[in-house]
Design a protein. Structure first.
Lengths: 494, 137
C-alpha cells in the first residue's frame, strides 16, 4: 500500500511556499502539482485525482475554506491540510469542522511538513483500503445472493421433488415439484414439521427415522411408495452434515416412477400371458405322450396314430407361436439392425397374393386386386412390410367361408397411400373390434368356428405399421366381413 | 357285470378332454364331455353321473365356480362329487388349498392341471367310491 505513488496538490498564492513545498517533498514516492490560486487548484482537482491537497487559507479569487468545501463535496476521502499564516484556534477549528484533516501554521519547518504529510497519507491509505474492502464485501454479497437465487431457480425448475429438513424435522426447503408430487396445497410448507404434513406416514417416518439414524450413517436411503392409485414415488433421503460433522437435517429427493411401474406391469403381464400360451401346447403334448407311455393306447394303433398326429399339430402351433413372438420382437426393434429403403408396394403385394393363391383356390375364394400399378413408393423395411400384408391377406383367406371374396385395393391420398385388405368373412363383433390389435386376442366367433391362430398376427401388424409411422384401422360386421386399411406416408418429391 | 361309473368332464380344451377321456376309459369309466357351463347343465339334466370333473376357467375366469354353484343349488345334484381342475395358479397368481378353500368352493377335491394319469385315477377312485354309497341303485 505504502509503495504506491502519492499525488499531492499544493495550492498557495505565495511562490515561496509552492516552490518550498515542492523541494521539501521531492521524493520518488510523490508527484507534486502546484496551483497559484484556489480557482486553478479547484480546476486541477476536477481533472485529476489527488490523494492529498495542501491549501492556503487566504488567497485571492477563491479562498482556502471554499476550496476545502468543494473538495469535500467532490470526494471526501481526499485528505486536505490547511496552511495558514494566521494560526488562530478559531480558523483551525472552523477548517477542521469543514472536513480538513489537519492544519499547518506558517512558517513551518520541512520536518513539520513531512510529518503532516506522512500522517495524512497514512490516513488516506487506510481510507482507500477500507473503501476497497467495503467494495469487495459488497461484491461478495451480491455474488452470494446471485448464487443463491441461481440455485433456487435450479431447485424450483427441477422435475424431481426436493425437501430439506432441519434437525428437529422442520421443513426448511420444499420445491414446487415436491408439493405437486405429494399433492400438497400450494401454501408454503417451510417451517412446518414433517409429521402429519406430507400426508404420507411412510415418507414422514423415513425422514424422521433418518434423523435418528443419520448421526451414524451417511448413506442414502431409497424407498418406493404409493401416493395415490397407480401413482408411485421413489424417495432418496440422505442426512446433511455441518462442517463439524454434526447432523444438520436431511435432504430428500422425490422421483415419480409411476410410468416405470406401469411399464414393468405391462411387461410382466405380457410375460405371464406368453408363458401361458406356450405352456398350453407343451402341456397337451406331454399329456398325449403320457397316454402312450402309460400304455393307455396299447393294442390300438389307430388311436396311437391319432394321438401322435395331434401332438404334431400342437408342436406345429407352438412353432408358429414362437415365430410370431420372434416377429413381434423384430417389429419392435429399431435402429441400424433394420434397413429401410424406398420401395414399391406392388411387387410385395403381388407376391403375397401369389403365395396364398392355393389356399384361396382350395376354398374357391375369388381374389380381387385393384389400383396397385401406380402407387407411389414408400420408405420401409421390405421384410416387415411383406410380413404385414402376408398377415392381413392370410387372415382374410382364413376367416372367409367358401366361395367368398378377398380384395386388395391400393389408393393414393395426399401424402399417403392406403392399402385396403377386405374379405366377406365371419367378421368381428363391435364389442371386440377395439381389441383386435392387442396381443393374444382371439375373437369369440373365430374360436367358435375352430379357426386356429396365435392371436399375435394383428399385434405384429400394428407394431410394423407403428414402426413405419403409419396407421392401421379396421371396419367389420359380423357375418358380412372385415376391411383392414393400412395407411403409410409417402416421402415428398414423388 | 357291475354297471360302469359315469363321469362328466367339463373343459373347453379339446386336448385335455381327449387325454382325460382316454385315461378314464382305460380305467373302465364311462366318459361324457361338455365344453361349456350351458352344455354341462344340459347333460346333467338328461343323464345321471357319478362324478363331475370341472375346469375352473372356461369361457369366463370363474366358469367352474358358476357350474359348481348351480350343481350345489340343485336338489337332485347337490351330493354329486366334484373334482375341480385348475391352471388358475399361473394365470391369476392365486393358489388354493383344500383345507382352507373347500368350505367356500364347495367341491370335494381339486387339483392343479396337468395331473399325471395315475394320480388322476387315484383321486377319482376315492371320490367315486364315496359317491357310490349315495348313488341311486
Amino acid at each position: 500500500m505504502q509503495s504506491r505513488e502519492a499525488r499531492i496538490l499544493v495550492v498557495d498564492d505565495e511562490d515561496i511556499i509552492r516552490i518550498g513545498c515542492q523541494r521539501i517533498l521531492q521524493n520518488p514516492g510523490f508527484t507534486i502539482d502546484l496551483a497559484e490560486n484556489g480557482r486553478v487548484g479547484w480546476e486541477k482537482i476536477q481533472q485529476k485525482s489527488y490523494d492529498m491537497v495542501l491549501v492556503d487559507l487566504m488567497m485571492p479569487e477563491m479562498g482556502g475554506l471554499e476550496v476545502l468545501e468543494k473538495v469535500q463535496a467532490h470526494d471526501e476521502q481526499i485528505i486536505t491540510i490547511i496552511i495558514t499564516g494566521f494560526a488562530t484556534i478559531e480558523t483551525a477549528v472552523d477548517a477542521m469542522r469543514k472536513g480538513a484533516y489537519d492544519y499547518l501554521p506558517k512558517p513551518f519547518s520541512p520536518e513539520e511538513l513531512r510529518t503532516k504529510i506522512r500522517r495524512g497519507l497514512e490516513k488516506r491509505w487506510l481510507l482507500l483500503e477500507a473503501e476497497e474492502l467495503r467494495r469487495e464485501r459488497d461484491r461478495n454479497l451480491l455474488e452470494l445472493s446471485n448464487e443463491k437465487s441461481r440455485t433456487m431457480t435450479l431447485i424450483n425448475c427441477m422435475s424431481e421433488g426436493l425437501i430439506a429438513t432441519n434437525r428437529t424435522g422442520q421443513i426448511v426447503l420444499m420445491n414446487p415439484a415436491a408439493q405437486k408430487l405429494l399433492n400438497l396445497p400450494p401454501e408454503n410448507a417451510v417451517g412446518s414439521t414433517v409429521e402429519g404434513l406430507l400426508g404420507n406416514p411412510d415418507l414422514e417416518k423415513l425422514i424422521a427415522g433418518e434423523l435418528e439414524t443419520a448421526a451414524r450413517t451417511a448413506t442414502v436411503t431409497s424407498k418406493e411408495f404409493a401416493v395415490a392409485e397407480e401413482r408411485f414415488l421413489q424417495s432418496n433421503t440422505a442426512p446433511l452434515h455441518d462442517e463439524k460433522g454434526e447432523v444438520w437435517g436431511t435432504v430428500t429427493v422425490l422421483v415419480d416412477i409411476s410410468e416405470d411401474k406401469k411399464l414393468d406391469q405391462l411387461k410382466s403381464d405380457f410375460v405371464s400371458l406368453v408363458s401361458h400360451e406356450l405352456k398350453s401346447p407343451v402341456a397337451a403334448i406331454a399329456g398325449y405322450l403320457n397316454l402312450i407311455i402309460d400304455g393307455l393306447t396299447a393294442g390300438n394303433p389307430q388311436k396311437e396314430r391319432e394321438i401322435i398326429l395331434r401332438s404334431r399339430d400342437k408342436a406345429d402351433s407352438l412353432l408358429m407361436l414362437i415365430n410370431d413372438l420372434l416377429d413381434m420382437s423384430r417389429a419392435e426393434r429399431r435402429g441400424a439392425a433394420k434397413v429401410k429403403e424406398l420401395l414399391s408396394l406392388a411387387p410385395i403385394l403381388e407376391e403375397t397374393i401369389q403365395f396364398y393363391q392355393n389356399e384361396a383356390a382350395a376354398k374357391s375364394l375369388s381374389v380381387r386386386i385393384e389400383g396397385l400399378e401406380n402407387l407411389p413408393r414408400v420408405v420401409g423395411n421390405r421384410d416387415d412390410l411383406a410380413r404385414l400384408f402376408a398377415n392381413l391377406v392370410s387372415n382374410a383367406i382364413k376367416y372367409t367361408p367358401e366361395r367368398g371374396e378377398v380384395g386388395v385395393k391400393g389408393r393414393k391420398r395426399d401424402g399417403h397411400i392406403e392399402v385396403a385388405v377386405s374379405d366377406t368373412g365371419i367378421g368381428i363383433s363391435k364389442e371386440e373390434l377395439h381389441k383386435v390389435f392387442g396381443e393374444f386376442f382371439r375373437a369369440r366367433n373365430a374360436l367358435a368356428h375352430k379357426i386356429s391362430g396365435t392371436g399375435l398376427g394383428l399385434a405384429i401388424c400394428r407394431r410394423i405399421v407403428d414402426d413405419h409411422h403409419g396407421q392401421i384401422t379396421v371396419e367389420s360386421e359380423i357375418d358380412k366381413g372385415s376391411t383392414f386399411r393400412v395407411i403409410l406416408p409417402v416421402p415428398s418429391g414423388q | 357285470m357291475e354297471k360302469k361309473k359315469r363321469i362328466l368332464l367339463v373343459d373347453d380344451d379339446p386336448d385335455f378332454v381327449e387325454i382325460n377321456r382316454m385315461i378314464l376309459e382305460a380305467s373302465d369309466y364311462e366318459v361324457d364331455a361338455a365344453d361349456s357351463v350351458a352344455l354341462a347343465l344340459q347333460q346333467l339334466e338328461q343323464n345321471s353321473y357319478d362324478l363331475l370333473i370341472i375346469d375352473l376357467m372356461m369361457e369366463e375366469r370363474d366358469s367352474g365356480f358358476t357350474l359348481t354353484y348351480a350343481v350345489r343349488s340343485d336338489e337332485r345334484l347337490r351330493d354329486l362329487p366334484i373334482l375341480m381342475l385348475t391352471s388358475a395358479q399361473e394365470k391369476t397368481g392365486f393358489s388354493f388349498l383344500l383345507s382352507e378353500d373347500q368350505e367356500w368352493m364347495k367341491v370335494d377335491d381339486f387339483a392343479a392341471k396337468p395331473l399325471k394319469p395315475a394320480e388322476l385315477v387315484a383321486r377319482i377312485e376315492k371320490l367315486t367310491g364315496k359317491g357310490a354309497q349315495d348313488a341311486k341303485p
